[in-house]
Design a protein around this ligand. Structure first.
Ligand code: NAD
Length: 489
């Protein structure tokens, strides 16, 4: 079992903690670590060391700051396989999924290396005769990320590389359920030679989160997780005068029109719904068929669900791993039961799954709920498991109205061969990430990871230029230099 420590001021340390959280390999049920639930004093130590490092880091030219990120990128490339195996062990996804996650993390480091140009300001000469106006971007200060369990390697990188490149100092708080990937990444961070205090790691749960939210030295917070906690983080962080971006939960619909390439729509929707065992904030959890699409789509998606190979993500040929905990499996199975009790059919039922050789794992096979009533709880609640609900409407107007009737707005997708329908959907669907013949519309690192309504609280999103906006504060200077003051000419 690995010992899990904090990394503060370039030192690994055994934290002061208020309790411990068992880290379980969700495929085997084996105990693989114990996360120390850091006390507020650990957050304070990290915030103080980040504050002390800030003045010198801020004065370090951006072209020098990004040299550390280049080193980190190469180390992450070199160690991508072992990092991906760690993700599989603590999070349950397949090795290929974990590797794709790490690739996206690295892509964010690469994008942040463009900071010397991305963080440039602006100047307008002669806003009045002889007077110029300049906009400069300066770092916000000490910032922190509070992360969820489902992408332990990627999500901190939606924020951290941009924060550092813009001249801020930083604290990462991983999910207590998956602390091992960041332990491994900080072992690489240790090798890049950052000045002490610039980048810190604090493990923990709600006590650490509340300490971050209240700490006077922490000026900006990035959160990703469930909507209930996102609202708490957004409200409490704002109350303490901080800049906050908080990404929440999701219930992502896909609309299938009769003119879609049905084979493609089914294959991509199955990957979106059952990839990462449905534990992606961009996973499709509702499929709305329009008109004649119903029969062909429903039959084929059931076949795709049944044929998915479920097992341990490190074993060859496995397409889907377990869900994160047995508690999560119980919750998912309860919601499937409630859906059936509310009138849905279960043409494919993944409950009570046992995988031979992994009897201690928390597996749920792909599940399909048919004829969901739009007002039923299961049609509106985020299940966060490999469960796809089917609905049917007669027209695209009804489909768009249904898409827009949910509380969330993380992603909405459309399958069609009509450019007109695609444009209309893009224009009218109330979601921050739109897929057209795409099942997981995950923005590349140089686009904002959008999200609307109850999927996001704040103004600036993670990644790309939004991250640069979030991690810099603008200063505007208006200046006049009259000729008569000049002694030289
Ligand atoms: P979670 O909300 O349980 O936990 C997220 C973080 O908040 C963790 O670091 C945890 O320690 C902390 N936390 C949990 N409860 C807390 C409390 N009561 N007070 C203070 N802090 C608390 O989320 P999760 O289960 O780890 O992750 C899954 C959720 O994240 C899903 O809802 C998923 O949709 C969402 N998610 C959203 C996005 C997005 O981009 N919108 C991306 C990934 C995951």
């Amino acid at each position: 079992m690995e010992s899990i420590r904090n990394y503060i001021n370039n030192q690994w340390r055994q934290p002061e903690f208020v309790g411990e959280f068992d880290v379980i390999n969700p495929a085997t049920g084996e105990l693989i670590g114990r996360t120390p639930l850091s006390a507020a004093s650990e957050v304070d130590a990290a915030a103080q060391s980040a504050s002390a490092a800030l003045p010198a880091w801020r004065r370090t030219p951006a072209v020098e700051r990004i040299q550390y990120l280049f080193k980190l990128k190469y180390l992450m490339d070199e160690h991508i396989d072992e990092l991906s195996r760690t993700i599989v062990k603590e999070c349950g996804k397949t090795f290929e999924e974990a590797k794709a996650e790490m690739r996206r993390a690295i892509e964010n480091v690469e994008t942040a290396c463009g900071i010397p140009i991305l963080s440039q300001g602006a100047i307008s000469e002669d806003i009045a005769p002889g007077i110029d106006e300049i906009m400069i971007r300066q770092p916000v200060g000490v910032a922190a990320a509070i992360c969820p369990f489902n992408f332990p390697g990627m999500i901190p990188f939606w924020f951290m590389p941009y924060a550092l490149a813009c001249g801020n100092t930083y604290i990462v708080k991983p999910s207590e359920r998956v602390p091992l990937t960041m332990q491994a990444i900080f072992q690489l961070v240790e090798q890049i030679g950052l000045p002490a205090g610039v980048l810190n790691l604090v493990n923990g749960g709600r006590e650490a989160v509340d300490a971050i939210l209240e700490h006077p030295a922490i000026r900006a917070i990035s959160f990703v997780g469930s909507t209930a906690v996102a609202k708490h983080v957004y409200a409490t962080g704002a109350l303490h005068g901080k800049r906050v971006q908080a990404q929440g939960g999701a219930k992502n619909p896909v609309v299938v029109l009769p003119d879609a390439d049905m084979e493609m729509a089914v294959r991509i929707t199955a990957d979106s719904s059952f990839g990462c065992a449905g534990q992606r904030c961009l996973a499709t959890s509702l499929a709305i068929t329009v008109g004649e699409a119903r029969h062909a789509f429903n039959e084929a998606i059931c076949d795709a669900a049944v044929s998915r190979v479920v097992g341990y993500g490190l074993d060859a040929g496995v397409q889907m791993g377990p869900v994160i905990t047995t508690l999560s499996r119980e919750r998912i199975e309860r919601l499937i039961g409630e859906g059936a009790a509310a009138g849905a059919g279960i043409p494919v039922d993944g409950r009570r799954t046992v995988i031979r050789g992994y009897e201690g794992g928390s597996f749920v096979r792909p599940t399909i709920l048919s004829d969901l009533h739009p007002d039923s709880e299961v049609a509106r609640t985020e299940i966060f498991g490999p469960v796809l609900g089917l609905m049917h409407v007669a027209t695209i107007d009804e489909a768009i109205a249904l898409v827009n009737s949910g509380r969330y707005g993380n992603q909405a997708s459309l399958f069609t061969s009509s450019g007109y329908a695609a444009r209309r959907f893009r224009y009218e669907a109330d979601a921050g990430n739109i897929g057209i013949n795409i099942g997981v519309a995950a923005p590349m690192a140089f686009f904002p990871f959008s999200g609307w309504r109850e999927s996001f609280f704040g103004d600036m999103h993670g990644q790309g230029m939004d991250a640069v906006e979030f991690f810099t504060q603008k200063k505007v200077v208006v200046e006049r230099w009259p000729k008569e003051w000049s002694r030289t000419f």
